[in-house]
Design a protein around this ligand. Structure first.
Ligand SMILES: Nc1nc2c(ncn2[C@@H]2O[C@H](COP(=O)(O)OP(=O)(O)OP(=O)(O)O)[C@@H](O)[C@H]2O)c(=O)[nH]1
Ligand SMILES: [Mg+2]
Length: 299
């Protein structure tokens, strides 16, 4: 095997909610393609991010954080996790190293063990840990539980040790041609990226009462003759009171969500856009097949 050989494959990012999977994905592709927030269950479907290196190409598959499913929405989210684990070449178990081990961590570990896939353990948020010796018991625990190909402490937020991570992951991928064009960064259509940005701003600017009951769908792109792009996004909630929270006093909340989202969308598209948001009350959308299909949260 020559050292010049090219390696490529799919790598699943698996872990509990809030571990930092989407933060890592965004950092790796250098663009905001997945929503990030301090609320659990931020990611709702698989999002692929493509990283092309000199000697390889890694297609990361970001997944929803592993949790107990209640609604149809959550069952579909967990199906996406199982599907990702089965279909990738390598699994990255992402763990927030700054919190202690709980039942949720054991559950995720069991998923990986049962899949019997090559796996890399990524211990994230090391920027929050002053004494790095604190990582040792965690490394000890995980290495006794499963034969991880690598164990790599990183900070997805600060970008610490990410280059090492990429190298170590590429090593374990099969020899292969590139799977995507090297200038591609994601398989997500623009309307999904736009909806994801809007939902991120909702999660970041509202309290704990809303994260689970909001969803965003891009309904329309309008290219005007003057060159501007008008984008219409619907924000779903389940009750009129929730609509009130999103709109805020005199529309102030919705306005600030829209402004923050527009800035990110303009960065993503590289041009000025006009973003039009409206709020729809749809009772129990989390259990409605059709609404979930429309939101791209597939079975
Ligand atoms: N201090 C610190 N915070 C981080 C790091 N990585 C992620 N975070 C924060 O952790 C929170 C959760 O990050 P996400 O990337 O949304 O986590 P996730 O694993 O994708 O979560 P779900 O999509 O809900 O499964 C956010 O507030 C991030 O800013 C890190 O390396 N250090
Ligand atoms: Mg996420």
């Amino acid at each position: 095997m020559s050292s010049k050989s090219f390696r490529s494959g799919f790598v699943g990012l698996i872990g509990r909610p809030n571990a930092g999977k989407s933060t890592l994905l965004n950092h790796l592709v250098g663009e905001k393609i997945a929503a990030v927030s301090n609320k659990p269950q931020t990611t709702r479907h698989k999002i692929r991010g493509i990283v092309t290196l000199e000697n390889g190409q890694i297609v990361f598959v970001d997944t929803p954080g592993v949790h107990k499913p209640g609604y149809l929405l959550n069952r579909r989210m967990m199906a996406a996790v199982h599907d990702a684990i089965l279909s990738v070449d390598l699994v990255v178990l992402m763990r927030d190293a700054s919190v202690s081990t709980g039942n949720g961590d054991r559950f995720v570990l069991d998923l990986i063990k049962n899949a019997e896939k090559p796996a890399v353990l990524v211990l994230n948020k090391i920027d929050k840990i002053n004494d790095k010796k604190q990582l040792l018991p965690l490394i000890d625990f995980y290495s006794k539980e499963y034969d991880f190909a690598e164990i790599i402490p990183v900070s997805a937020l600060k970008g610490d040790a990410i280059d090492i991570l990429l190298k170590q992951i590429a090593k374990h991928l099969p020899e292969n041609e590139p799977l995507f064009d090297e200038d591609e960064m994601t398989d997500q259509p623009l309307r999904v990226l736009v909806a994801e940005v809007v939902r991120e701003k909702i999660l970041q600017t509202t309290g704990d009462e809303l994260p689970y009951v909001t969803a965003v769908v891009t309904e329309k792109f309008d290219e005007s003759e003057t060159g501007g792009t008008k984008i219409y996004c619907a924000i779903y909630v389940e009750r009129p009171s929730q609509k009130g929270i999103i709109i805020g006093k005199g529309g102030a909340k919705l306005k600030s969500i829209g402004e923050a989202a527009r800035r990110d969308i303009e960065k993503l598209m590289g041009k000025k856009v006009h973003l039009q948001l409206f709020v729809k009350v749809v009772k129990d959308w989390r259990n409605q097949e059709r609404d979930l299909d429309e939101m791209g949260i597939e079975e």
